[in-house]
Design a protein around this ligand. Sequence first.
Ligand code: SAM
Length: 275
Amino acid sequence: MSPKDKKKKRKKTMAEKADPLDLYLKSVQEPSVEVKFFQRAFKKEYGRQPALLREDFCGTAAICYQWVKKHPERRALGVDIDPVPLAWGLDNLTEKLTKEEVGRVKLMQEDVRHISEEKADVLAAQNFSFWIFKTRAALVEYFKAAHDNLAEQGVFVTDMMGGSEVYQDETEETTKKKGFTYVWEQAHFNPITSDAQFYIHFRFKDGSELTRAFEYDWRLWTIPEVVEAMTEAGFKRVDVYWEDEDEDGEGTGVFRVRKHASADAAWIAYVVGVK
Ligand SMILES: C[S@@+](CC[C@H](N)C(=O)[O-])C[C@H]1O[C@@H](n2cnc3c(N)ncnc32)[C@H](O)[C@@H]1O
């Protein structure tokens, strides 16, 4: 390459240099919060600490790594069909873990409906991932597999979002992060099928954008539909954990079992099946 050619070489934009999975983790996931909730939900039911976590749709397995780091006798199984995030997590999330801790995480590149020999105390499916199952039959089939993948004493932890704002087309929510802006786009909701299309974009201060870094084609299930499907799949009880609000109506991050809730425009809740 001549010096002239070198000069001509265009500088990469911030979007071109960005690592989508790194930005995703900084925007979307809080593994320590999730792990605390899993412990609480299990202990509330069985009065002891859980040991084996199975994280379905684990992506980078960030929650699995947090799980084993918190206790020397804990193990985790991370299940995802895509080898890319699994490998990324192993390369990027294990720096602060000892070799022994990493050894207590088993990554499985499998479909979540795969039945494993090891039965978990807590089976988690986070960030609405099970919404890829769009029919009731497919949903119940997955919940039956989740039931089979749990020990005799076990809890199945899922999360849900909803509220009137979710049933809209073309809305965008932006959140400023260190060095970038996280954008959650609700592109389309089809009231006839309840199918919904969402995208995650990342914007940078040099004006560049990582457009559609992640995309989701989901069915927007409701809480009662999910409770009924879990019950049909064999769970003896299904609890809905709703978030407490402060005096200004803001979520406090504390979730409690509730039978009634107010019709918030946007909410996130946990739905927990007890085996
Ligand atoms: C929305 S991401 C969730 C990642 C992570 N659980 C989180 O909370 O951020 C969904 C993940 O599910 C995986 N996935 C989709 N279908 C799957 C299937 N049938 N079996 C296993 N993993 C699947 C995708 O590869 C992707 O990593």
